[in-house]
Design a protein around this ligand. Sequence first.
Ligand code: ADP
Length: 429
Amino acid sequence: MPTTKDIIRDSLATLRTPGLDTPLGDGLEWIAECDGFVSLKFHAPALDTPDSRASAARDARDAVAAALASADTPPVRSLIVEFVDHAGTVLQTERLGPGNPKPTNAKPQNAPPPSTKAAPDTRTPTAPTAPPTPNTQSPGHRPIAGLADTAGQPAHTDPLDSIKHIIAVGAGKGGVGKSTIAVNLAVGLARQGHAVGLLDGDIYGPSLPTMLALDALEQSVVAGKLQPHTVHGIKAITIGKLVEPDKPLIWRGPMAHGAFKQLVEQASWGELDYLIIDLPPGTGDVCLTMAQTLKLTGAVLVCTPQRVAQDDAIRAARMFQQLKIDILGVVENMSYFIGDDRKEYDIFGRGGAEIMAQRMGLPFLGALPINIPLRANSDSGNPTANFDPATAGGEALPQALQSLVTTLEGQVALASLRQGKAKPTLSIR
Ligand code: ADP
């Protein structure tokens, strides 16, 4: 029995659309479907205008809707169609309503032509005069009053001119402590006197609501801009406030692009020395969106010492390199454990991430041990406690964090020189 994906793929396999000599299905790169919410990605270079792509997206919607209506599957409720270039960069995103499909046994190429489309699209980027509307079609995307949905509109280039350094914190896998490092780097930099923002872009598992105790705070919007929360000496915004927490993860990928763009472009960050971005684990959509949208100073890669974590970190490092993002350094988290007997236990094989960094020619920023107060302070949303020996289980954790922060500042200065953002100074006494 064919799966819903098979039915969708078949409906596109023979679909003809203006501007293409071959069926649209030949350029199909990706399908996701869940309860009538469909997401498609095409690479179709011959569709080289916004209008031709918008029209092809509507044709795709009609073909898919007709095919699903004829099969014993949930009807199409909404459809996101992305067009990408050869490098996977999103050229255009179309978000479409269900249309008006008639169950039919006709082949997909007999689907109604574009001019007979019955249902209006919820929004397309080719209708710039339409007032911005909250994105109510994207499943799991929680609309916020007063905030426009810019998901399908072209990416701005570098909308954050008032921010000196944008640093992404990434990891090859989840659970290695990426968010913990992002939060503590942000708070540590703020304790050095810098103005710091922290953007939680981990759409698969936003941690900032817990780690910064943001859960009870409402996301406020003033003059159409998200207002960051000011907590623990930093400004912070989390993608967790833009997505419904209980929606299936399959939807988070397609939503990621739009939600991340909103966080970046529609937040009033003001003047900052550093904006730290907590990325989702792995090498997915958000990293691409970020590379398209922002000029980063560089990325920090968090890794635990085990071989499997290193392998994933190497893949993440290669992704940053392909996206031409400088890697500012590797942090080895959960490097070892100090027992009650004060002995150090190398549970995961201490030094593994450092060796990986050396092999790849990347700077090493430092190692953090497995530390119970660090976990407890994260769970209770109080990261500043990690910098005080009285609440950090002694001197070791504050010192290790301080050293990470100082080494990162050094790497940022070097990267700025390489990128021509700063000029070297010579002082003569
Ligand atoms: P990721 O962002 O990579 O998914 P998190 O930062 O959310 O990982 O960390 C996962 C869990 O591990 C959290 O409960 C966090 O408090 C804990 N944790 C992270 N690093 C350490 C550490 N060095 N010592 C103790 N617990 C840690």
